[in-house]
Design a protein around this ligand. Structure first.
Ligand SMILES: [Zn+2]
Length: 335
């Protein structure tokens, strides 16, 4: 297919943000990722510049290529201090792939680990928030060793670093993450991949994947998400249903009830906790006097609807900063 022009990309992104508004979304954290280059963000900046954004965005920057990650990120962030931007769009630090050798889900080499340590130490010293892809639990000790070491010199708690994915996180890893003040970003990938996982690890082990309730009991901030819309559904209600019942799109319940969050906890994984990730918890993420009027009126009561119908919930009215960005009947009348 021909590559869309900038004007087409702007139009397409605008429509996609409206689609998110129709699902009650008022803000997203973009964790950065593979094939998202600095040039990919030009569409976003144009929409921001033209005041056409209808979703608040905190974005992360992925290391563009293997080999020169630290130099590339140092160069790209020279004019991007942590938090640079405004209430609609701000830079939230490096994300997803920081060292390519530590990105693929195999074992990390000693050289890769040393380079990751150097990069993370730079990020901590500069006061950057980071989000980092990590699978599987078998190797996460490599990452946690590095962060514990940095934490002795530069406390990382207030930097709100996030470990992304880690579906098979053990209780021990979660304890170490909690002690460091790390956030756990756990997506809904198993909504599609649950059966495959069950076959690979066995039904008993799959029942504890991911250990959401355990993490919350330990006091970790756990944020939900959909990874990317080419990985999973971008619909937050599909995600919420899966967090609650652990049942895949094929109707197989892979996760046990013991690791399910409560409805309110699951909701916080999509509201309060990601706002915390984005350092925006003072302005949004909860409905309180003095906070921004970012809210959605839903088609059904999420707290009382049957769990297997939560995935069908949509927004009837969505506002961002008090401005209507989406309306369906009965709110659409006269508009
Ligand atoms: Zn990832």
């Amino acid at each position: 297919m021909p590559k869309p022009t900038l004007a087409q990309q702007v139009e397409g992104s605008k429509k996609f943000f409206r689609e998110m508004n129709a699902l009650g979304i008022t803000g997203i954290v973009d964790g950065g990722g593979v094939s998202m280059y600095p040039s990919s963000y030009q569409t976003l900046f144009r929409l921001w510049q033209d005041r056409q954004l209808t979703v608040r965005i905190a974005y992360h920057l992925c290391a563009p290529k293997p080999g020169s990650e630290l130099a590339d990120l140092q160069n790209l962030t020279q004019l991007l201090p942590q938090g640079f931007g405004d209430a609609m769009l701000h830079f939230n630090g490096p994300g997803e792939i920081l060292i390519w050798a530590a990105w693929t889900d195999g074992d990390i080499t000693p050289d890769g680990k040393a380079r990751l340590a150097e990069l993370l130490r730079w990020a901590a010293t500069k006061g950057y928030t980071i989000q980092l892809h990590w699978n599987p639990d078998r190797t996460v000790h490599d990452l946690l060793d590095v962060i514990e070491d940095i934490n002795k010199d530069v406390p990382v708690r207030d930097l709100r670093w996030t470990v992304l994915h880690l579906y098979d996180a053990s209780e021990d890893s979660l304890r170490r993450m909690q002690a460091l003040g790390l956030i756990w970003g756990v997506q809904d990938g198993l909504y599609f991949a649950g059966e495959r996982l069950q076959k690979a690890v066995g039904a008993e082990t799959a029942r504890q994947m991911p250990r959401i309730a355990t993490a919350m009991q330990l006091g970790l901030v756990v944020a939900g998400g959909t990874d990317a819309h080419r990985v999973s559904s971008y619909n937050p209600f599909v995600s919420l249903q899966w967090y609650l019942d652990g049942t895949t799109i094929g109707g197989v319940t892979t996760r046990g009830e013991a690791e399910a969050p409560s409805r309110r906890q699951a909701l916080e994984m999509y509201t309060r906790n990601p706002a915390f990730m984005a350092h925006d918890d003072g302005e949004r993420g909860t409905l309180e006097p003095g906070k921004l009027a970012d809210l959605a009126v839903l088609s059904a009561d999420y707290l009382t609807a049957p769990v297997n119908e939560i995935g069908k919930i949509r927004s009837l009215l969505t506002t961002v900063g008090g401005k209507v960005v989406y309306a369906a009947p009965p709110f659409a009348e006269g508009r």
